[in-house]
Design a protein around this ligand. Sequence first.
Ligand SMILES: [Zn+2]
Ligand SMILES: [Zn+2]
Length: 124
Amino acid sequence: MDCPKCSVELVQHDDDQVSLQRCGQCGGIWIDVADLNRVLLRHNLSGLEKLGGKPNLDEIAGQCPQCQIDLVVVEGGPRRALRYDTCESCGGIWLEQGLGGGETSEAMVAGIVAFYKRFSSAAA
Ligand SMILES: [Zn+2]
Ligand SMILES: [Zn+2]
């Protein structure tokens, strides 16, 4: 699979709990919705569909690396300043830059959890 932004091959990172793909160029992360929900629940967050966020159909996102259809931008967090992209077909999630930049799956999971904690916090 290629990065939706850079069109370079994503690198697979697996551990016993979660499977992620990361772009070595932009640092974006691709994760299946099932894996993401497992990560969220294990860190005492609600499942993705309960974390709030609003689709913004005017925003341009890349294409799903699996389905080759346009991703949908979902905005949330304080002043709706945070976003992730999701595929309506396969449910995959694309998270851009700013997740902490770690290259181990542990660091990536920590970045994802921190992101969704902010994402689900009430609008300020
Ligand atoms: Zn990239
Ligand atoms: Zn897809």
